[in-house]
Design a protein around this ligand. Sequence first.
Ligand code: CUA
Length: 343
Amino acid sequence: MKRRFAVLTLWLPAAAAMAGADWPMGYLVTHGPAADPATRLNWGLMAISVLVTIIIAALVLYASLRRRPPVPAADNGWPPPQPDTGGASWIYIGTAITAAVLLGTTIWTILTLSAVAAPHRKPSLLLEVTGHQWWWEIRYRGADKPDVMVTANEIHIPVGEPVHIRLESGDVIHSFWVPKLGGKTDLIPGQTNFTWLQADQPGTYRGQCAEFCGSQHAHMALYVVAQERPAFDDWLTRQKADAGEPQSPQAVSGRQVFEARCSTCHTVRGDSAVAGAAGRLGPDLTHLMSRATIAAGRLPNNTGSLNGWVANAQEIKPGTRMPRMDLSPEDLHAVVSYLETLK
Ligand code: CUA
């Protein structure tokens, strides 16, 4: 029974991968040149380790089961001296094989490190990512200052193009990690680090803060959305545009509530009523509704989540900088209907 279970656990993942299932091997597949060499190294080292373990286990088993032919005792009762059968040379052979395997894997590791250290061609995009407790501020640099676009928790990139990312922290140490696209790089207060990504397939790739940064560290996710160039350009143009004017009376009154209660920490670009107090303590909300999640991946972005989050974020993400708002039900619904105009 035990053996059957072991056989199943070994072969099920492999069979699932061959059948094209995303579980569980899909989690171990990467989609870009900043990550693929490390994945190949990982599988290679795993294969070498398994092979070495099997060979050594077989040799140990063979040596323990092998019986020497009985040797008659000498006249004085002691066993006679053993003839030299050349067994010592196996020590040299074994050491040489071990050294060769270790040297080979070391060279492979060094080559992998240099392959993922920097992109092989000029990055087409420079992003700035700032880690905050507990969300990600993302800036797209433009040709000049007014061209800068700020968003949060969702990075869009063009497929097949290397993207250079500048990493900073607004408070404590965080770590930027999108496992399918690249390795981890820390965001350290007072220091600027760089990393890069490239997605070879369109899709949404989950990222996660990978350095414990406080009670809501686990709820500090981000998403990388890789799109074909034209779709990406459209997205960037829409994100750079100012927010539209709210139309419905409820949304218009919601904007007044927003201006009074939310604009110290949050920005809505182009909103004349809010423009004077462009807060940077919380995420830029200019195109809030274009994002799939809110609160750094904590909740899906929909009316229910927005109501719950605005009413009492502390209930959902205790310790977050977003305070309990204590809005009247009318003000709450008004502000959420204003937020829903931020497409
Ligand atoms: Cu930020 Cu963990």
